[in-house]
Design a protein around this ligand. Structure first.
Ligand code: DNO
Length: 363
């Protein structure tokens, strides 16, 4: 298991590599090249420039989060083949730079959705929050504007300006697409790309839909165990795997996270784990809580134990943190609460590991 943290290059992050290097137990970062428009090839020199910067700070760059997928691929348009060819070329370049795991998502139109990026809690901290009715009442463009307003000037990954321009048109497009067609488009992408991921030794790790339920009539597919099984069956390679995000999947109280960790972990299909807690106000309203089990509805010990028992040897990162101690940072990605989260998860892992070794069940 390798503990890493997300970091954004080119000055687009308030957190420095030097700070991340000082978080005990963190060996690397998950990063990206956010300035390259979706669908274009990531040039090797630019990948290497970021890698060198990361390595110079004493950290590894083995995980990329994310290379986004061009909407034409998700829509299944004839132009997808060119974008898929570009994606494969990007994979080749990432492989040359020693990248081992690629987190991506296949969510239509928008990445994650929240109604508030900085909702105050009683303890004076701020969290990202989701209120279902508010989200339904805002149209996505309004939501994008509201999010931008609270992003403190940082780019919001997954809400790139070029996506926003086409949002209304794209939402309209998907209204007539069935879930089956959407799965077909996904399979087409996977069957084209996964053989190259194998060749370049990069584990593909899809991120679940966030939130994991339908919004604005858009197809949502990576939402629960059944759908994840369907996804994994689309292409049976070990290189077609998951970013198991407990926060996204845990927004749906019907999802049994430890059971998911166990099932997909023992299949060796979890390559990356995003681990955080969620605090529900009711079924579809929630705050992104601090990582500690007592702060939310997820049993973080049970989740880490299931991951451990599955023999997990992939990458793991704390997920969105609260904004605490007056920190001014990109929503969800401040230093302090994520550093606390990382060390809480490492502490759980150490305790589980030692108790297993003591029992002599795992040598
Ligand atoms: C939000 C993240 C997502 C994730 C992408 C992966 O903060 O968890 O944006 O990185 O969905 O492609």
């Amino acid at each position: 298991m390798k503990m890493i943290m997300r970091w954004f290059p080119h000055g687009d992050d308030s957190v420095t590599l030097e700070q991340i290097r000082q978080v005990p137990g963190v060996s690397g970062v998950a990063t990206c090249l956010p300035k390259i428009p979706v669908g274009e090839v990531w040039p090797l020199e630019e990948i290497l420039a970021v890698k060198n910067e990361v390595n110079a700070a004493g950290l590894e760059m083995e995980v990329i989060e994310s290379v986004n997928i061009h909407e034409d691929i998700k829509k299944g348009l004839p132009t997808r083949d060119q974008y898929i060819a570009n994606y494969i070329k990007t994979l080749e370049n990432l492989g040359k730079a020693g990248v081992k795991c690629l987190c991506y998502n296949f969510m239509p139109v928008m990445d994650w959705a929240r109604s508030d990026l900085a909702a105050p809690l009683d303890d004076g901290s701020f969290v990202m929050a989701y209120r279902h009715e508010e989200v339904l009442q805002m149209n996505p463009e309004k939501m994008a504007k509201a999010m931008e307003g609270k992003a403190r000037g940082y780019s919001l990954p997954g809400w790139e300006p070029e996506r926003l321009d086409a949002m209304a048109r794209d939402i309209e497009f998907y209204q007539s697409m069935t879930k089956e067609q959407y799965w077909d488009n996904m399979k087409y992408f996977l069957d084209a790309v996964v053989p190259y991921a194998e060749e370049y030794d990069i584990k593909m790790a899809i991120h679940p839909d966030d939130p994991p339920w339908p919004l604005y009539g858009l197809p949502k597919v990576i939402t629960n165990s059944e759908n994840i099984r369907t996804f994994l069956d689309l292409n049976n390679s070990q290189y077609n795997g998951l970013t198991l995000c407990t926060g996204s999947l845990g927004s749906d109280l019907n999802n049994d996270l430890p059971a998911m960790m166990r099932e997909f972990g023992s299949m060796k299909r979890i390559h990356f784990a995003h681990v955080r807690n969620v605090h529900h106000l009711n079924e579809k309203d929630f705050d992104e809580a601090a990582h500690l089990s007592a702060c939310g509805d997820l049993d973080m010990y049970a989740i880490m134990e299931a991951l451990y028992e599955s023999g997990f040897d992939g990458y793991i990162r704390p997920d969105h943190g609260r904004m605490i101690w007056g920190e001014q940072a990109r929503p969800g990605y401040g230093l302090y609460d994520r550093a606390i989260g990382a060390n809480y998860l490492l502490g759980l892992w150490e305790a589980i590991d030692k108790s297993y070794k003591k029992k002599g069940e795992i040598q």
